[in-house]
Structures are given as C-alpha cells and as structure tokens.
Design a protein around this ligand. Structure first.
Ligand SMILES: [Zn+2]
Length: 119
C-alpha cells in the first residue's frame, strides 16, 4: 500500500489496516476528530511522546492556505466583492477544519513514522 493511499484512507503507517481515527469529528457540531492511542490491529502507538503532533500544525497551515488559494482562484470568476470573498473563505476553512486536522496528522504520521517514507 502506498503512503498516499494510507494517508487518504487514514490507516496505520505500520500495518496499513488499523484505523488511526476512531471518530471523524464534525465542525457544525463542534466535535473534533478522536485518535486511537494505539493501532487496533498491530498495537502501534501513534503519539510517540507529548507534543508529537505539534509539527502537524505547520502541515495544517500549508494545507489550509493551499485550499484557500484554490478556492479563491475558482471563486473569483463569480464573486467580485473582496468582503464576500473573505467571508466565503472563512466559512470554507471552518467547514474543512476537521478534514484538515485529520489530513495534517496523517501526513505528519507518514512523514515521521511511515515504513515507506515516499509520499
Ligand atoms: Zn497498525
């Protein structure tokens, strides 16, 4: 299994079978995603030490800015007012917040912990 498939399907970097997240979270209900401490299949520990996922904030920042740029490039054909654009980008970033949280942690796990370190 390639790392990219593992990141998208949110599977364990060691065995490729166990789920990393026990719940996906919902930004509309103010629910954050929940991670399993250990892989349910191979018992691999995901959070090696306290603060292990600190660096995933930077990944999350890059992912979010990338989404904002793509949204802006697509929406600027339809939205002419800058205030409306800023509000729409704000709404988009809130709606994608749990997705970005999960994606950035998966990228971080596979960068530092994946058996196949190529993305
Ligand atoms: Zn596993």
């Amino acid at each position: 299994m390639s790392a990219l498939v593992g990141i998208i399907t949110e599977k364990c970097p060691k065995c490729g079978k166990g789920k990393v997240f026990s719940s996906k979270g919902n930004p509309l209900l103010f629910r954050m995603p929940r991670m399993n401490e250990h892989c349910p299949v191979c018992n691999h520990k995901f959070e090696k030490e306290p603060g292990y996922f600190f660096g995933s904030m930077f990944v999350s920042y890059a992912v979010t800015v990338g989404e904002m740029i793509v949204f802006f490039l697509l929406a600027h054909f339809f939205v002419k007012e800058i205030v409306t654009m800023i509000v729409l980008i704000g709404i988009l970033s809130v709606l994608l917040s749990t997705f970005n949280f999960r994606l950035s942690r998966m990228i971080w796990i596979y960068l530092l912990d994946g058996k196949n370190r190529q993305l």
